[in-house]
Design a protein around this ligand. Structure first.
Ligand SMILES: Cc1ncc(COP(=O)(O)O)c(C=O)c1O
Ligand SMILES: [Zn+2]
Length: 392
């Protein structure tokens, strides 16, 4: 791999070889891809990006693939950063943007992680993958697996949004609906992967989804001309987007493209499943399994994120916070964003609106802060959730 030097455990810093298939470190930690950043710095500049391809593979020098020909791409990334004047006025923010990830292939930011993970799976000779998912990661896995000629085995809760189920089936994946949560789906993948010969693509259990997700951080930096915003709201289930963006900012600083200032990273969760909020408030280093998790924001229904320690460290290191909002607030936020700005958001993304309103009202953020809300998916995939509430 041109610029990849090794894989490194995010918890114990143990090194692993880069050119082999890996899941977790022996200690249970997620593996991060490490690059020869001084070499990248010597050869790569923001000016080069002006003529680079217009998807996330424009950041190729800091992406893991060895041969550009292996890339499995459907045109993901480089999503718009939309200035939200009317919503900003309504919630008391003079400088508000929405990063609209709903425009990605399969209509969510999960495409970013899957383009890199499936590309690497192909490069490492993996033929079959399995993934537990709350919905959108499954859709993206199914699409990229189809495009890459890899067999996909998908396990989702049986009450997953219908769009995700239909999408996965249509994309040719083997789909199993499970009477339980994503944690039960993960257990089944864990139990069967060896006998079935599946590579486990669970969130943070392989090193490459984070690499795709981190491009949300590269992009926001580029779109702000290398001056990061003051606050980033991110709907947090497994937390990969937060973890990825934080890694991106660290790499960008080492490249000399940004300074040491970081946005306040703000994890938004649903009241019905808020393990990170609870742990943050209790000043704990890790989260506890959230019992009876329930929310219309399906992607936030992650009772115990594997990356909880990393997420909590990021929230603290960035002077950010964690905040929970109710499903009523989420869907009202989705309608408000849609009606004021023309962006029909997934409930997960919509959760950022009430969260931002609260943190502006209580003075945690100031009206002049430059604030970015991540809308991680399209509302069109959640017609069932919006329809229920609209009729009520
Ligand atoms: C639309 C949407 N937003 C946010 C999330 C949470 O993502 P993360 O695991 O990066 O916290 C998901 C996960 O399924 C999702 O589908
Ligand atoms: Zn380790």
């Amino acid at each position: 791999m041109p610029n990849v030097t090794h894989l490194e455990c995010s918890l114990c810093a143990r090194r692993w070889a880069a050119n082999q298939a890996h899941n977790l470190c022996a200690c249970g930690g997620t593996l991060y891809v490490r690059y020869d950043l001084p070499a990248v710095k010597a050869a790569w500049t923001p000016e080069i990006l002006r003529s680079a391809r217009t998807d996330l593979w424009r950041y190729l020098p800091v992406l893991p693939v060895q041969h550009a020909a292996s890339i499995v791409s459907l045109g993901e990334g480089m999503t718009p950063l939309i200035r939200a004047h009317r919503l900003g006025s309504a919630i008391g923010a003079q400088q508000l943007w929405v990063k609209d990830e709903g425009l990605n292939p399969t209509a969510s930011f999960k495409a970013r992680g899957m383009t890199t993970a499936i590309t690497m799976a192909r490069e490492l000779g993996i033929r079959k993958i399995a993934i537990p998912s709350a919905g959108n990661a499954a859709s993206a896995a199914a699409a990229y697996a189809a495009a890459g000629g890899i067999e996909a085995h998908i396990f989702m809760p049986k009450d997953v949004p219908q769009a995700n189920y239909i999408e996965c089936k249509t994309l040719g994946a083997h789909v199993t609906l499970v009477d339980g949560l994503i944690s039960d789906c993960a257990r089944i993948v864990g139990e069967r992967k060896e006998s079935e010969g599946w590579f486990d693509m669970s969130t943070l259990k392989e090193p490459y989804r984070v690499e795709g997700k981190k491009t949300m951080g590269y992009e926001v930096a580029e779109q702000f001309h290398w001056e990061l915003p003051d606050a980033i709201f991110y709907p947090t289930g497994g937390g990969v987007g937060l973890i990825g963006m934080w890694k991106a900012f660290d790499e960008l600083e080492q490249l000399g493209w940004i300074g040491g200032k970081r946005p306040k990273m703000i994890a938004v969760q649903a009241e019905g499943c808020q393990p990170i909020v609870r742990a943050f408030e209790q000043n704990a280093s890790h989260s506890e399994f959230w019992q009876n998790a329930s929310t219309a924001a399906a992607g936030l229904r992650v009772p115990k994120p594997l990356g909880d320690v990393l997420i909590l460290n990021i929230l603290r290191a960035s002077a950010g916070t964690a905040i929970a909002v109710s499903d009523e607030e989420i869907l009202a936020g989705g309608r408000e964003l849609a009606a004021r700005e023309g962006v029909f958001a997934a409930p997960e993304g919509a959760a950022c609106i009430p969260a931002a309103r609260k943190l502006l009202a209580n003075g945690f953020l100031s009206p002049t802060d430059r604030i970015v809300l991540y809308n991680t998916g399209s509302g069109l995939k959640y017609l069932d959730a919006y329809a229920t509430r609209t009729q009520a």
